[in-house]
Design a protein around this ligand. Structure first.
Ligand code: PLP
Length: 386
């Protein structure tokens, strides 16, 4: 198989996570909602242990965690949940403030609700993907229920927003505003603490932290819990906010992955940063025209690189290297879209530059020798295609 350098799209399952999941797929198969026998009790206990670990890794209380199937679902629950609740209880449209570099899970949810239950406002970003704070201030003037949603770390260009400062800006100006953070890329690669950030809602997903696909969570604080409408009805699971039998094995895997984040975060960050920086330095020394899109190498999300190779189309690079290296053009969720990248477009790259850019994601299982081989292969391919 090719060298895996697409860890922003998804991460491989940590073998320790797989081992933790197996009992939940075999002997402990009960439905956690079955409260009349040991199968159910045991499954429920596994879920609650996982909930504690998931909560701990973002500094939350276990009661504040609702399990979902994906970060996409968590984001939908946060944004639609808030806007639908307001619309149903008061008939008033809410304002959703976000930025154009967000993941499609946020943008498409906003577009789906726009001019129905919601007024969507996209605040411009600068060349490195940082939000324009003055424009944010302007948008907070109107007297409407308001939710602000932003990614802590961008999935394509690795911009890390100063969420703590942004939340304090919005709460000072309009204290009732709900702050939602998409931390799908941030958890496991930087410290994420919901109390420190002072956010109301936060989404993240197991498959970005070496856990299984199909398992994610929404952190919901006390205030936000009273202002959310569930999207799925059919039972009182997850404090009545997300009906449906729980994916016990997936949740157990998520719990184990989160536990490993709490234990290994510092070591992982240091290692991934060192590997990525030395890979970038090596490649840059061999391809002098290479440009790093987004923030500089020291200030971006560890492991993420978005590279522009002037004169070399990303599709040519992919077709030349895909049997040897797994990397991507943009986010996996936009890979079927005709547009090269809404993120690169929003930070001001021309369409040609977007078509000459590609993304690399280094992860905790990436080795130095893999990166040495990848740097050599990229340098040869870029030189041949230039
Ligand atoms: N938000 C960001 C920033 C992401 O990178 C992703 C996945 O690529 C998502 C949301 C969606 O996550 P999921 O695949 O769990 O739905």
């Amino acid at each position: 198989m090719p060298i895996y350098l697409d860890n922003n799209a998804t991460t491989p399952l940590d073998p320790r996570v797989k081992d933790a999941m197996l009992p939940a797929l075999e002997s402990h198969f009960g439905n956690p909602a079955s409260n009349t026998h040991a199968y159910g009790w045991y499954a429920a206990e596994l879920v609650e242990i996982a909930r504690e670990n998931v909560a701990r890794c973002i500094g939350a209380n276990p009661k504040e965690i609702v399990f979902t199937s994906s970060a996409t679902e968590s984001i939908n629950l946060a944004l639609k949940g808030f806007c639908f609740h307001n619309y149903r209880s008061t008939g008033i449209k809410s304002k959703l403030i976000t930025i154009p570099t967000e993941h499609k899970a946020t943008l498409d949810t906003g577009y789906a609700m726009d001019s129905w239950t919601t007024d969507l406002k996209l605040i411009p970003v600068d060349r490195n993907g940082f939000i324009d704070k003055d424009r944010l201030d302007d948008e907070l003037k109107e007297d409407k229920p308001c939710i602000f949603s932003i990614s802590l770390a961008n999935n394509e260009i690795g911009t890390i927003q100063n969420v703590k400062e942004l939340v304090s800006q919005i709460k000072n100006k309009r204290p009732q505003t709900i702050a939602h953070v998409d931390a799908s890329q941030a958890v496991g690669k930087m410290i994420v603490d919901v109390k420190e950030l002072n956010v109301d809602l936060l989404s993240f997903s197991a498959h970005k932290i070496y856990g299984p696909k199909g398992s994610a969570a929404l952190y919901i604080n006390k205030d936000a819990a009273l202002r959310l409408e569930p999207l799925l009805h059919g039972g009182s699971h997850e404090h009545g906010l997300r009906a449906g039998t729980l994916n016990v094995a997936g949740i157990v895997g998520f719990g184990k992955a989160a536990e490993l984040v709490s234990i290994e975060l510092d070591t992982d960050i240091k290692r991934i940063k060192t590997l990525t920086q030395s890979f970038f330095t090596t490649l840059k020394s061999q391809c002098s025209t290479l440009i790093l899109n987004g923030p500089g190498i020291d200030g971006r999300l560890p492991g993420n690189l978005n590279l522009l190779t002037p004169g070399v189309r990303n599709v040519d690079l992919i077709s030349r290297l895909s049997s040897k290296i797994a990397f991507s053009i943009s986010s996996a969720c936009t890979s079927h879209s005709k547009k090269p990248s809404h993120v690169l477009e929003a930070i001001g790259l021309t369409e040609t530059e977007q078509r000459e850019s590609f993304r690399i994601g280094v992860g905790k299982f990436t080795t130095q020798s893999e990166l040495d081989s990848a740097a050599k292969l990229f340098a040869e391919a870029i030189s041949d295609l230039s």
